[in-house]
Write a protein that binds this ligand. Structure first.
Ligand SMILES: [Zn+2]
Length: 493
């Protein structure tokens, strides 16, 4: 059905018929009617029609607020309800995606003027009053009912007034205004390092195991560019223990390895989870090992992120996303919710800020069409320039980037030849907490995520002096002399 041609002439736009403004208004109102039909709110379309009944009810303020969000959020994002809890469904029950396109307040204001004009024209210019379900039910039973107890003799069975002035619409204008203002930030919903730090602080300071788990899931998603369903479904048997890298002298863990197979991947992809001594706050290896030990994730079989109350199931990814939406949206002073792509996008930001090469990032992030990856890269670069001119350098610090994906399996095998003792993941975790962090097995007092992670931040791998000497010689000596020197060094030690 060609919607525009069937509605063109039935729209009630007489009052909008000012020179030049009509086409703009009409286009926006037509889109609103389309939106009402998609979400199944036919009643809200009535007042916009030329042939609307006498005493026409006002449009629903919630529908208008959602319509604004639908147009302001990035195309393809799920449209969430006004509590940021559930995804709005279309008439076929499918998740409704935002269409985007309104990047400035001008379009929002034009549409809202049209709403005011039309409501005024239909004698609905007063304060917005919603219906009361109790009053409606009482009326359905008996049409001469006086209304519910609360609204006796002033029953609310009819939406009236201008929804432009409703609480819902005013709140939504505040939210999207903020979003439009920060459109650089909005572009890709990348979390800034300082925002990641705030999330980390909040999650670790509660000392709840679920929160530690949530933080590790976030960190792994950012480091490995994982989608929500991918991080939730990692299993212990996906860890490649023959590829774990331990320090030769101290036997401390330097890297873990895990394979992941996403919905769109044909084959398993292999990733390293590195130690980042330069920025331990964002070191995935440290957090993962502490998490495994604190939450008693043992053995070599089962979910890496089980639901901690029912360990046979993994954390449902809706729950993981809901957590991000509900808990962090306030914390971040970012009024629109985080989505399942936010962490992958944040991965780009961490990579670019950590000095990664673009071609390396694209390989690591996998399955990214160039147009999208370009947008992510550009956003990360422009945010970096912003961070560079701000006075809060420390808050923007990220670890130096290391390529996470193993493209050539031979590399994995080569690196792993360093390993003297192949170990199970859970015994490495125990060793890490008890030996490297020096927390006695019985000291339950220390087993809070906050204390364990504070200790973990201070724990680093000391480069062996011999290795440093070798590196120094390699960098500064002619190759032939270096070979001789190494032989000599071997004899000396
Ligand atoms: Zn009532």
């Amino acid at each position: 059905m060609n919607f525009s041609s069937t509605t063109r002439d039935v729209l009630s736009l007489g009052a909008l018929n000012k020179k030049n403004t009509l086409p703009i208004y009409r286009g926006k109102v037509r889109k609103f009617i389309y939106f009402c039909i998609v979400i199944g709110d036919a009643e809200s379309t009535l007042i916009f029609l030329e042939q609307s009944p006498d005493k026409c009810p006002s449009a629903n303020s919630r529908t208008i607020a959602l319509f604004l969000r639908w147009h302001v959020l990035e195309e393809g994002e799920n449209l969430l309800d006004l509590n940021n809890q559930a995804i709005i469904k279309d008439a076929k029950g499918k998740d409704l995606k935002c269409v985007g396109g309104w990047n400035e307040m001008n379009s929002v204001n034009q549409f809202l003027s049209a709403v005011t004009t039309i409501h005024t024209q239909k004698d609905q210019s007063g304060d917005y009053v919603d219906i009361c379900n109790d009053c409606v039910n009482a009326w359905l039973v008996n049409s001469s009912s006086i209304g519910c107890v609360q609204h006796a003799y002033r029953r609310k069975i009819f939406r009236s007034g201008n929804p432009r002035n409703s609480k819902e619409v005013k709140q939504m204008i505040g939210l999207i205004g903020k979003e439009v203002e920060n459109h650089v930030v909005r572009g890709a919903y990348q979390l800034l390092p300082k925002e990641m730090r705030a999330i980390r602080k909040m999650l670790l300071s509660t000392n709840k195991k679920e929160d530690l788990q949530c933080w590790v899931m976030i960190l792994l998603s950012v480091k490995m560019y994982l989608r929500a369903e991918e991080v939730c479904s990692i299993r212990l048997e996906h860890f490649l223990k023959e590829w774990f890298v331990l320090d030769e002298t101290s036997e401390k863990v330097k890297a873990l390895a895990v394979k992941v197979k996403g919905k769109t991947d044909d084959d398993w992809l292999r990733f390293f989870i590195y130690r980042s001594d330069d920025c331990p706050e964002f070191c995935a290896m440290r957090h993962l090992l502490v998490y495994l030990h604190s939450c008693e994730i043992t053995g070599d079989h089962g979910w890496l992120f089980p639901s901690l109350h029912a360990r046979s199931r993994h954390v449902p990814y809706e729950k993981f996303l809901r957590n991000m939406r509900v808990r962090f949206t306030d914390l971040l002073d970012r009024r629109l919710p985080l989505t399942c792509h936010s962490l992958r996008k944040t991965g780009y930001l961490f990579a670019i800020w950590g000095d990664a090469r673009i071609d390396v990032i694209r390989l690591d992030a996998r399955h990214m069409c160039t147009k999208t990856s370009l947008a992510y890269e550009q956003d990360a670069v422009s945010m970096l320039s912003y961070a560079n001119i701000s006075n809060e350098n420390a808050k923007y610090e990220v670890p130096r980037y290391k390529a996470v994906r193993v493209i050539n399996q031979a590399v994995g095998v080569m690196l792993s030849s360093e390993v003297s003792n192949v170990r199970e993941l859970s015994s490495l975790a125990k060793l890490y907490v008890e030996r490297d962090l020096r927390v006695a097995p019985v000291a339950d007092f220390y087993r809070t995520s906050f204390i364990l992670m504070t200790r973990a931040e201070k724990e680093v791998v000391e480069e062996s002096p011999l290795i440093s000497l070798r590196e120094l010689m390699k960098a500064n000596m002619p190759l032939r002399k270096y070979d001789d020197a190494i032989v000599l060094l071997g004899q000396l030690c």
